[in-house]
Ligand binder design. Structure first.
Ligand SMILES: O=C(O)CCC(=O)C(=O)O
Length: 271
């Protein structure tokens, strides 16, 4: 278990109000500063198993493949923060790395997650856990505060090689006064709403930038399996009286995703 920051707490009423009004909360303590060595080790252990021909940013579903990744996502102190937003019953359904090596040029275009996700109701919370210190120089995630209240923005496809995602909201729809850079120390998290516009610029530093995203939804969410046949949930807190989605087992060991969308029975524990 990674060492927990002694300042860990629950969300304050102000933070819950800020999440509802602006769509995000940031700088929340979870793991202590000493845990950065373990977070680095976890990153190296897991990412080094991915075949060199595969782009780590194009793999997902790590929570279904790897027990250590699943354990990280179900850290009680992380779930407490999520519970403060979603209530007592919720599932984990997504987990992936967002990596930018120094000067690798990769960019996450402005987008809303709901644009990609066939989930009803749209009420997912993303936890973004910093594995390394993250700031403007190394391509921290940026958000447009309050944009989750403005409905669906127009996205277009952009297949440029350096883009981590291919759906993009053009700059002319962005009010630059509302940009907030979510700078985090290793071991801290931010939380964001699935309707919030967000993205990130290139890493222009000599430091690695990598976060883990964890996707949580209340148990009354239903996925359209005709769009996402791989979709499965893991109940991580409370009860699931609705049973609307297939369930993924907790991984028994360490497996490695090869693609973005995979079903749990495709993962083979390698060690
Ligand atoms: O890490 C980033 O820059 C982007 C993350 C992201 O797009 C997401 O959490 O949905």
């Amino acid at each position: 278990m990674f060492k927990i920051d002694k300042n860990v707490r629950r969300l304050s009423e102000n933070e819950i109000n800020q999440y509802n009004k602006f769509g995000y909360v940031t700088g929340l303590p979870v793991f202590s500063s000493e845990a950065k060595y373990e977070l680095d080790k976890l990153f190296i252990d897991l990412s080094s198993r991915v075949d060199k021909s595969i782009d780590l940013n194009k793999t997902a579903q790590w929570h279904k493949a790897s027990l250590s990744f699943y354990n990280l996502c179900t850290t009680p102190e992380i779930l407490d923060y999520v519970e403060d937003l979603l209530g007592p019953d919720f599932v984990l359904w997504g987990g992936q790395f967002f990596l930018k090596e120094p000067l690798d040029g990769s960019v996450v275009p402005w987008h809303q997650d709901i644009q990609y996700w066939p989930l009803t109701p749209a009420k997912a919370v993303t936890v973004w856990l910093a594995l390394y210190d993250t700031d403007e120089e190394n391509g921290a995630m940026r958000i447009i505060k309050g944009s989750h209240k403005k409905g669906m923005f127009k996205h277009h496809t952009n297949d440029a090689n350096n883009l981590v995602l291919d759906q993009e909201v053009s700059e002319d729809q962005i009010n630059s006064d509302d940009i907030v850079s979510l700078n985090l120390k290793a071991g801290q998290i931010s939380l964001h709403d699935d309707g919030l516009l967000h993205g990130s610029l290139a890493n222009n530093s000599d430091r690695r930038r990598c976060g883990i995203t964890m996707r949580f939804s209340p148990t009354n969410v239903k996925a359209d399996l005709s769009v996402w046949p791989h979709f499965e949930t893991q109940l991580v807190r409370g009860q699931d009286p609705y049973k609307l989605n297939p369930i993924a087992p907790i991984p028994k060991g360490e497996g490695t995703p090869k693609e973005k969308f995979q079903h749990s029975d495709e993962f083979v524990e390698q060690w």
